[in-house]
Design a binder for this molecule. Structure first.
Ligand code: NAP
Length: 345
């Protein structure tokens, strides 16, 4: 029977590591199940210029390493692996169960900080050509496109950031966006417009990405949103930067989430509908989505977990009944509970 941890943190972006730092400093010895690609999306970013405390900016991977080291210094423990299943207790004081493959971990509190992943276009050719011209990360792949022509799909800050980065490598970058207006901040848009080798094509959607010789991307098939005009654009690379999708699949049947999968929390807290289960960072935030706001919510989750542990008596374990079975007996799908609110609710 695995030991019952005080807190398990699932995920390792700024939210997860900040939660780890605070719970470690509260002597809770958190176990962070950080995924294989620890550090979250900031591992794929270059300059972070808007995180307070770095007047000259910082590279995303360097910042994540520092956050990780800082929490470790106070006793955070890391498991560089993927959570495959969870069973969250539904009663206050219950034990939550988290699996990494066949290894089970148990904890009185769980902080969910799995973040978000890149949104896909979901068009023909996208999946087949991933890694053969289609990419979601200029930082990772720009060097493959030296002196080539690439397109960037999207109109937000991510698309501008990708385009600016790619413009240092590629001969030409074409930003394809579905509207005339851009969601990107003024400063990012201006920076992109200042680059001689970045051009903009609006309002167009990409309908298909097609391979040429050698099975690598060769052509993007576009459609003008207003006129319906079809157009083919020769492209060696296509960088998709159209936002993100919260990574909440493993808990979606157990904690309340909205129609897009963002985990719902109570008021200003990080409390989910499950007692002792908290959620932070991009997993809950569709609006602000900044490293600093994620870190802030990781801090709140740590404090919420700490106070919960202080104030919530453990569920007494009936003699002869292992805690795990008790948690199992308590577990029930959230939908079943919320469908029929009791008179007291
Ligand atoms: P975003 O702001 O949500 O922008 C997504 C863009 O993709 C929008 O222009 C959207 O078009 C477009 N889009 C969405 N689905 C599409 C589809 N199926 N087909 C074609 N286009 C589609 O996402 P983001 O750019 O990833 O930025 C997210 C947050 O991170 C923002 O708060 C941003 O400020 C922040 N961020 C900051 C920086 C920085 O400051 N250095 C860098 C990156 C991100 P519509 O506009 O038509 O909806």
């Amino acid at each position: 029977m695995p030991e019952v941890e005080n807190v398990i943190i699932v995920g390792s972006g700024p939210a997860g590591y900040t939660a780890a730092l605070y719970t470690a400093r509260a002597n809770l010895s958190p176990l962070v199940i950080e995924g294989f690609m620890w550090g979250g999306l900031l591992q794929q970013t270059t300059d972070v210029e808007n995180y307070p405390g770095y007047p000259d900016g910082v590279q995303g991977p360097e910042m994540m390493q520092q956050l990780r080291d800082q929490a470790e210094r106070f006793g955070a423990r890391y498991l560089t692996d993927q959570v495959t299943k969870v069973k969250l207790a539904s009663e206050p004081g219950g034990v939550h169960r988290v699996w990494v493959g066949s290894d089970e971990h148990r904890a009185r509190t769980v902080i969910l900080a799995m973040g978000a992943e890149h949104r896909k276009l979901e068009i023909r050719g996208e999946e087949e050509l991933a890694g053969r011209g289609v990419s979601y990360c200029a930082t990772c792949d720009a060097a493959f496109f030296k002196d080539k022509h690439v397109i960037v799909v999207g109109g937000g800050d991510s698309a501008m950031e990708e385009a600016i980065f790619l413009s240092k490598f590629a001969a030409k970058v074409t930003v394809v966006h579905r509207r005339e207006e851009f969601r990107a901040s003024k400063i990012m848009l201006e920076r992109a417009r200042e680059e001689d080798n970045i051009e903009f094509l609006t309002p167009y959607v990409v309908e298909e990405l097609a391979a040429g010789e050698g099975d690598a991307l060769a052509t993007a098939h576009l459609r003008h949103v207003d006129s319906g005009e079809q157009r083919e654009l020769a492209a060696d690379g296509a960088f998709v930067a159209i936002g993100h999708v919260p990574q909440s699949e493993i808990v979606r049947d157990q904690v309340h989430s909205d129609e897009d999968g963002y985990v719902l929390t109570e008021g200003k807290s990080t409390r989910t509908n499950r007692p002792g289960v908290f959620a932070a960072g991009d997993l809950v935030d569709r609006t602000y989505r900044q490293a600093v706001t994620a870190a802030g919510s990781g801090c709140v989750a740590a404090l919420d977990a700490e106070w919960y542990l202080r104030d919530t008596p453990e569920v007494p374990t009936p003699e002869g009944m292992p805690q795990g079975d008790l948690a199992e007996a308590q577990w029930e799908p959230v939908a079943a509970r919320s469908a029929e609110p009791s008179a007291a609710e």
